[in-house]
Design a protein around this ligand. Structure first.
Ligand code: DX5
Ligand code: ZN
Length: 229
């Protein structure tokens, strides 16, 4: 995948019908999704339990775009190999999830995946400023991780702008996750985010039997974001 800063919409399947993940992925991709965002949670790093490597492997053949796996697990290191073998294209580890972030990123790249770092809202950009050459994406959390459907945190817009300035010309994506919808997408896009994760704002009102709603939702987010550039 060549690097570009165009707006990419990454539906989070956390808000999809878990009994029909394959069909849900086909539906959002057919309706314009650029990436598929997957949210493993361990009930320890965050207060919720979701999916593990077996489910990621099961959905892999259904993802025709790009599988973006946001690990909310601690420690992450023992499971990086499993999530890579499950077919992740990009694996994001949280900066707060272990004592040696750089080692975790090296493991991700050694497995042949792109490497992302997620920063919780209270974690400063300094945590990654000295290792930018080892990072393919920075995820600025705009909620506390753990659940979909939370309210966007406006104070993070300035953090996105500072992250964009820090990244400069480097080929590093800036992703935002949490409370992204047509109202908040323009704020983060104009601040410099290029990958917009959206769960509830994509899946709301639609289903595999009414997939055009997903298309309308994705288009509304994309047009709002691109309109701000
Ligand atoms: C939450 C996850 C998100 C979540 C976003 O910890 O990382 O990806 O699905 O959901 P919305 O878009 O509903 O805030
Ligand atoms: Zn996520």
């Amino acid at each position: 995948m060549s690097f570009d800063r165009s707006i990419k919409i990454a539906p989070s399947i956390l808000s999809a019908d878990f009994a029909a993940l394959g069909a849900e992925i086909h539906a959002v991709e057919a309706q314009g999704a650029d990436w598929i965002h997957v949210d493993p949670m361990d009930g320890h790093f965050v207060p919720n339990l979701t999916i593990g490597p077996n489910v990621v492997a099961a959905i892999r053949p259904h993802v025709k775009t790009f599988m973006d796996v946001h690990l909310m697990i601690s420690p992450a290191d023992p499971y990086i190999g499993d999530f890579a073998k499950a077919g992740s294209d990009l694996i994001t580890v949280h900066a707060e999830a272990g004592p040696h972030l750089h080692r975790s990123l090296q493991s991700v790249r050694a497995e042949g995946c792109k490497a992302g770092v997620a920063l919780n809202m209270t974690t400063p950009l300094d945590h990654v400023s000295d290792i930018l050459d080892d990072i393919d994406m920075i995820l600025i959390m705009t909620i506390n991780p753990g659940f979909g459907g939370q309210k966007f945190t406006h104070a993070m817009v300035d953090k996105v702008a500072r992250c964009r300035a820090m990244v400069g010309d480097r080929p590093i994506h800036i992703q935002v996750d949490g409370g992204i919808d047509p109202n908040t997408a323009p704020l983060v896009a104009s601040a410099g985010a290029d990958v917009l994760v959206a769960g509830s704002a994509v899946f709301r009102g639609g289903s595999v039997d009414a997939p055009q709603v997903y298309g309308d939702n994705i288009r509304a987010i994309r047009e709002a974001a691109e309109g701000a550039l």
